[in-house]
Design a protein around this ligand. Structure first.
Ligand code: DX5
Ligand code: ZN
Length: 218
């Protein structure tokens, strides 16, 4: 089995046909759900009631990406609803270790997210507290933006650190991932690829997932 996981982002799905659009990505490894609050990012998406229903109707592990203020308060609520993993942002959390431990105690994977202008090095000292690190390759807030390849050195530095210490931390990349950029992020060391517009903007989302996987593994 391949080590690369593909996580379609439902931000680019049809919010009036979510169940249909979840079925369309059955060959994915995770489903990525972007929660935005109009404060941490200038967009507003969905919250607990809809994430709870998504967890009930999909067979895929639900990967919640919190782009909200005060994740210390809200992240555990998503774990309670059945999220397999919850990401929260470096620029929003006050006590990342406490929150990561709380999520893990609830059986949920903890993931630390880093925006393009934030360095990854501050995470190194607490890396073992996390199951995954999310490197944003666009400014968070919207789908369909251009991939920032200047983030690849950050992915490489993180991969080197994980390898050097023999950790199992996964590296997720989010923003502008497509069949065209998949090999770049995989080569840099990412192993969880989020793709929104490249999957749901395609005529055949399942085929787009296969294409991204094939390019990443090439
Ligand atoms: C953006 C979100 C992404 C978004 C990616 O803030 O975190 O998950 O859906 O969309 P694409 O793949 O279109 O860049
Ligand atoms: Zn996301």
């Amino acid at each position: 089995m391949s080590n690369i996981a593909i996580a379609p982002s439902i931000l680019s799905a049809d919010f009036c046909n979510l169940e249909r659009d979840l079925k369309a990505i059955a060959n994915a490894d995770l489903v990525h759900v972007d929660v935005m609050d109009h404060h941490f990012v200038p967009n507003l998406t969905l919250g607990e009631p809809i994430v709870g229903r998504i967890c009930q109707v999909t067979d895929l592990p639900v990967d919640v990406h919190l782009m909200i203020e005060d994740p210390d308060r809200w992240a555990p609520e998503y774990a309670k609803l059945g999220a397999a993993s919850v990401s929260f942002h470096m620029g929003a959390t006050h006590a990342p270790v406490r929150l990561a431990r709380q999520l893990r105690e609830m059986g949920c994977k903890a993931c630390f997210a880093v925006r393009p202008a934030e360095p990854v090095e501050p995470i190194f000292d607490i890396l073992d507290e996390f199951d995954m690190v999310l490197i944003m390759t666009v400014e968070p807030g919207f789908g369909g933006q251009k991939f920032l390849d200047n983030q690849m050195s950050k992915v490489r530095r993180l991969r080197d650190e994980i390898t050097r210490r023999g950790l199992k931390t996964r590296i997720q990349v989010d923003g502008g991932v497509s069949p065209k950029t998949a090999h770049i992020v995989a080569e840099a060391g990412a192993d969880v690829l989020v793709a929104g517009s490249a999957v749901y903007g395609a005529e055949n989302p399942a085929q787009a997932i296969d294409d991204i996987r094939t390019k990443a593994e090439a």
